[in-house]
Design a protein around this ligand. Structure first.
Ligand code: CMC
Length: 429
């Protein structure tokens, strides 16, 4: 205790306090004991954006942002990306261990068994306008799923929770594919559960009654790897939303609709879309220096660069760069890759980016792959959401079983008016 503690002296009162340190962390509530007098509320910590606040204990994902390390349940992301599959990684995230052969077959059967969506949901998706952003469709449709599966409210029933997980993992690709087909005016293409998870997704999006249709195995593997790389990233914005909504004991569909909404923003999962738009706007490597100057003048940010946690090269970006090479061998190269490589090259030599530890993140190259594979730009965040789904679910399960968790309810520092007298409208200036 002597060494594992923090001694604080409150200079307002001269009183000293000893706060225990566990896992390099003090319990924020112990600050409350630090008071000027008995009526004082006690000290709070101010932390907008939760930049230095741990909201939970977790055994799911380890990130060392300084060294550029990422592990799911202790397995390095590089090994999983090379050897595993997205469905196996989903099992790992949710169950804490890699599945045996039997467990793997059972898991895959269960997920693929749940790929069909309720016809009401398919009809509901038809009611979105022809130009609706597919991410909006995804968010709305996930929320609507809670109306079709009211048993999902039984969040303390492990059997029910397991069923919702299979349903969500199974149905999300179908919703994504239907959103895509709706967007481009093609009829829905129903799932083929004899295919693998990612093959089925590509099939539902692409298939147009061709007699000799086959999903390209290199593209399916590339997309599967991208899903693995996005599968979890500890307490990021959307995962925190999943946990926050989950903390009120809402059903997982409602929580996941919120998480997907958080992912939609351009600072989070919408960044891959923003990167593509940025590279298209730059249009030519000659325009990069001027673009970088504008970023440095604070006019806008370099999308796909920087990360709250990584102050080093994002390990996912390194893997994605290799995947891009494989995909472009199949699809043919794109001028955007040349612009991206040159942009990275210039930025990583520029003091503005170097001094702020701004490196390419997971979104910098993923958009190029998605575009080369033929996905429209507005489908990019949807693909991110599909990848992140097992992570959201694993984090939600961990929250539900964590006895220390409570309903999320941050404090505030009130800086507004006090005790004003109401003025009737005809007497206001
Ligand atoms: N371009 C230019 N300057 C940047 C960038 C960028 N992409 N990112 C950060 N900075 C600067 C920022 O202006 C600030 O400079 P100064 O100290 O002079 O004010 C400094 O770097 C620190 O930035 P910050 O906003 O305090 O950093 P943050 O941790 O709050 O933000 C971020 C992290 C990811 C929101 C931010 O880096 C960003 O906006 N990046 C672009 C969007 C993006 O690529 N998002 C995807 C993130 S990875 C996938 C995911 O998790 O969703």
């Amino acid at each position: 205790m002597k060494n594992n503690s923090l001694k604080i002296t409150d200079n307002r009162t001269g009183t000293s306090y000893t706060l225990p340190i566990h896992n390099n962390t003090i319990n924020a509530l112990s600050l409350r004991d630090i008071k000027v007098n008995e009526d004082d509320f006690g000290l709070m910590a101010y932390d907008p954006g939760y930049t230095n606040t741990a909201s939970c204990n977790s055994t799911i994902t380890y990130v060392d942002g300084e060294k550029g390390v990422l592990m799911y349940r202790g397995y390095p992301i590089e090994q999983l990306a090379e050897n595993s599959t997205f469905l196996e990684v989903s099992y790992l995230l949710i169950n804490d261990s890699l599945p045996s052969k039997e467990q793997s077959e059972h898991w895959e059967n269960k997920v693929m068994h749940h790929t069909y969506i309720h016809e009401n949901l398919a009809k509901l998706m038809q009611t979105f306008r022809y130009d609706a952003h597919p991410m909006g469709m995804l968010i709305g449709t996930i929320a609507a799923m809670s109306t079709l599966h009211p048993d999902a409210k039984e969040i303390h029933n492990p059997t029910s929770r397991q069923k919702q997980i299979w349903r969500i993992l199974g149905k999300l690709p179908t919703i994504a594919a239907f959103a895509y087909r709706r967007r481009i005016g093609r009829p829905y293409n129903y799932p083929d559960s004899s295919l693998g998870y990612t093959e089925n997704l590509l099939y539902m999006m692409d298939y147009m009654n061709q007699g000799n249709y086959q999903v390209d195995p290199i593209l399916a593997k590339a997309l599967d790897t991208l899903l693995i790389l996005h599968a979890d990233h500890e307490q990021n914005c959307s995962t925190s939303v999943m946990r926050n909504i989950g903390s009120s004991h809402a059903d997982p569909y409602s929580a996941m609709a919120g998480a997907a909404a958080a992912l939609y923003g351009p600072l989070h999962g919408g960044a891959n879309e923003a990167v593509l738009r940025m590279l298209t706007e730059i249009a030519n490597t000659d325009n990069i220096p001027h673009y970088i100057d504008q970023v440095k003048d604070g006019k806008f940010r370099l999308m796909g660069f920087g990360h709250r946690v990584y102050k080093n090269y994002d390990p996912r970006a390194r893997i994605i760069k290799n995947v891009a090479d494989q995909v472009l061998k199949v699809t043919g190269s794109t001028p955007l890759l040349e612009i991206a490589l040159e942009l990275e090259n210039i930025a990583l030599k520029d003091d503005y980016f170097v001094s702020r530890n701004l490196y390419p993140n997971v979104d910098f190259y993923s958009g190029i792959i998605y575009q080369a594979m033929g996905f429209p730009v507005d489908m990019f965040p949807v693909l991110f959401a599909l990848g992140r789904a097992p992570g959201w679910l694993a984090q939600w399960l961990e929250l539900i079983d964590d006895q220390e968790q409570k309903i999320a309810r941050p404090r505030q520092i009130y800086t507004g008016h006090m005790n004003r007298d109401y003025v009737p409208i005809n007497k206001r200036k």
